[in-house]
Design a protein around this ligand. Sequence first.
Ligand code: FAD
Length: 345
Amino acid sequence: MDQAPEPPARSGSGAALGLLMAQMYQRSSGRGWRLRQRSLALLQEWQGLLAEAGQPVELRRGLLLLASGADEWQRQQRLGSQRQAKGFPLELRSRSDLQAAVAQGALPELPQGVEGGLWSPQDGQLDPGAWAAALGAAAIQRGLREISGRVTALRPPPPGDPQAQWQLDLADGSQLSGDWVLVCAGLASPSLLEPLGIELPLEAVLGQAVELQLALPLAPGQDPWAGCLVWQGVNLVPRPGGRLWLGASLEPGTKADPEALKTLLSLGGTAPAWLRNAELVSHWQGLRCRPVGRPAPLLEQPLPRLLLLSGHYRNGILLGPASAEWAAQRIADAMATTGQSYRPT
Ligand SMILES: Cc1cc2nc3c(=O)[nH]c(=O)nc-3n(C[C@H](O)[C@H](O)[C@H](O)COP(=O)(O)OP(=O)(O)OC[C@H]3O[C@@H](n4cnc5c(N)ncnc54)[C@H](O)[C@@H]3O)c2cc1C
């Protein structure tokens, strides 16, 4: 496999693989659990609305989380039984079940050392680029005005005047005004909030990912499998045309380590032959935004009519819909209290 010299950097959302891990989440309660379940439901609802708006996006259902040792397999068995008892359709797959699926061509040869797996038919994956493009196009059809530009300063409305608006300075020297400001600028969010006296500790965690071309068929008569595979934190996402997304590395900081790429491509030395022999098509990197000392994500109202939606770390694609709903609800609640009418800008 050839290696690209320097991976191009993308925004967090542009680098993401789009895995949607909700029902397989390790915890069974709390804000993280609720946001994930709500997002999964909203994703389905939004997918229907996008299709009605002429912007269909595929939501690939099914995630198979592979266990790489006896301890992980035991944890999966516990999680599977707990979720089944609560009515979630998670299914356990023993090592012999997986071997049979490989023999039947339903799965490719698996990484060395697989002990078992947990199949979640309702979790899944979507293409984050296609999703963002469809959401943007549908929102514009509904009246959204898109203005591209870098915000350099946020100027709060004078206190005590509920009719006064926020002012935003843009890098090209222009200004915008609005009743509400939603800050969702990823790792740039702290520098926008700091002049307002709001401290926001966030740190970067870099991820490298690749697209590979597989030599098909992987085995006689075998097409790429249904669903996505997750192995030791690495996602294997089948793509059209026999391609595969593989990622992502977890590297604290902003500098990509070539060794982390090698580990990714070889699955830490466990990659089966079909993966080792795949051709590298593209390689990229992106920065995840992790809150320091607080759980992800950060959904907060630091000042009147100012909302922060950031720090989604490894799950911003999944958590986008529930985060947006949270913001919409805060605005609707505030407007209901003050009797204000909505004035989109
Ligand atoms: C390699 C990788 C793989 C991932 N895989 C998954 C996954 O499988 N599933 C999942 O759910 N999540 C995944 N994530 C995480 C997910 O991508 C992020 O949580 C999510 O994209 C964060 O979205 P965001 O909009 O907050 O930030 P970003 O996508 O980083 O967007 C921030 C935006 O703010 C803009 N901006 C910055 N400064 C300013 C300014 N001053 N004025 C105006 N605009 C500004 C930027 O241009 C950018 O468009 C992955 C991340 C990486 C890096």
